[in-house]
Write a protein that binds this ligand. Structure first.
Ligand code: NAD
Length: 309
């Protein structure tokens, strides 16, 4: 078998185009201009690159964005002060604090300081709790991206974003889903979304026994670990859909760094039914989901109905 390669770049561009149409409509009909504020502390090159990609896409989506750059030595209290200022700013509908933060700052305190209505990363415990309870919530972008990409391989449009009560397309009902990785930003919320889709969900992690045989049960395999090419072809059930979240920089030819995922792409492509590439899979769709979350947050704050995207 040769897997269908899920083209995250094209699917993300389609979603951003739909978001841009809605942004134009709410501007025209309601004078609403969705705004995203991104906070970047320190000079981590990977974070710089993520923030650049995110803010570039705001231009395509018609979303106003601002970047707040703070030095590596910023104190927790100063960062919390900036978050409070952005919470109170009526022109800001989404606040994103790029992680990781320097060691003197407790990321949990910062995440909890963001107004849950502006929490476009979906990391606030209020949004995590609402998602777990099946209530409308701002859902973390990477798990939303994983669901959209997996659905594209199962012949279905994505369900309404982040609203587990309104799902209409259920292509995952009864399927075995295995999520490898239990982070708060990917593995745990992804498991909640899959439960909302009526999949039978297993969350595996660093202490799971016989991980290859657990992974082989999956009709839907999601991998968010951060270990280059951990998942080999003999971990994958023939025909399974495999979504690779990992972003790993390894030495390539001539010492130039190369990016690979958590899945051994070439060999898994010979057995999976569908597979995301790295780069060009989950990453671009994650950014598209951030644009959608910003639009949704702006509509909710302005008291408008949920955008039809
Ligand atoms: P994390 O780094 O917080 O935690 C890693 C998880 O993997 C833990 O739950 C751990 O239990 C599990 N794990 C570690 N070693 C394991 C092993 N040998 N076998 C099974 N499980 C193991 O996780 P994260 O924040 O979800 O990030 C994981 C990867 O995904 C990283 O490469 C990160 O860069 C990438 N990522 C990509 C995106 C994107 O938009 N594409 C977004 C977030 C994270």
């Amino acid at each position: 078998m040769t897997a269908r390669i899920i083209d995250g770049k094209t699917l993300a561009a389609e979603l951003i185009a739909r978001v841009a149409d809605e942004v134009a409509r709410v501007g025209r009909d309601h004078g609403l201009e969705p705004g995203l504020a991104v906070i970047l502390v320190g000079e981590n090159p990977a974070s710089e690159s993520y923030v650049r990609s995110k803010t570039m896409k705001t231009v395509t989506a018609g979303i106003r964005s601002s970047i707040h750059r703070l030095p590596e030595t910023t104190s927790e209290i100063d960062l919390l002060r900036l978050v409070a200022q952005l919470n109170a700013d009526r022109d800001v509908h989404g606040i994103l604090v790029q992680l990781p933060l320097p060691p003197q700052i407790d990321p949990h305190k910062v995440i909890e300081a963001v107004d849950p209505a502006k929490d476009v990363d979906g990391f606030h415990p209020m949004n995590a709790g609402r998602l777990a309870s099946g209530l409308p919530a701002l859902v973390p972008c990477t798990p939303s991206s994983c669901i959209r990409l997996a659905k594209s391989a199962h012949g279905a449009q994505a369900a309404p974003h982040g609203d587990t009560r309104e799902r209409v397309h259920m292509p995952f009902a009864g399927l075995e889903a295995v999520v490898i990785g239990r982070s708060n930003i990917v593995g745990k919320p992804l498991a909640q979304l899959l439960l909302g889709e009526n999949a039978t969900v297993t969350v595996a992690h660093s202490k799971t026994r016989d991980l290859p045989s657990v992974a082989r049960r999956a009709d839907l395999l999601f991998v968010s670990v951060g270990q280059p090419e951990l998942v080999r072809s003999d971990w994958v059930k023939p025909g399974a859909t495999v979504i690779d979240v990992g972003i790993n920089r390894i030495p390539g030819e001539g010492g130039k760094p190369r990016i690979v995922g958590d899945v051994a792409f070439a060999e898994v492509a010979t057995i999976a039914g569908a597979l995301t590439p790295v780069p060009g899979g989950v990453g671009p769709m994650t950014i598209a989901c951030l644009m959608l979350n910003t639009l949704r947050a702006a509509c909710t704050i302005a008291g408008l109905r949920k955008p039809a995207v």
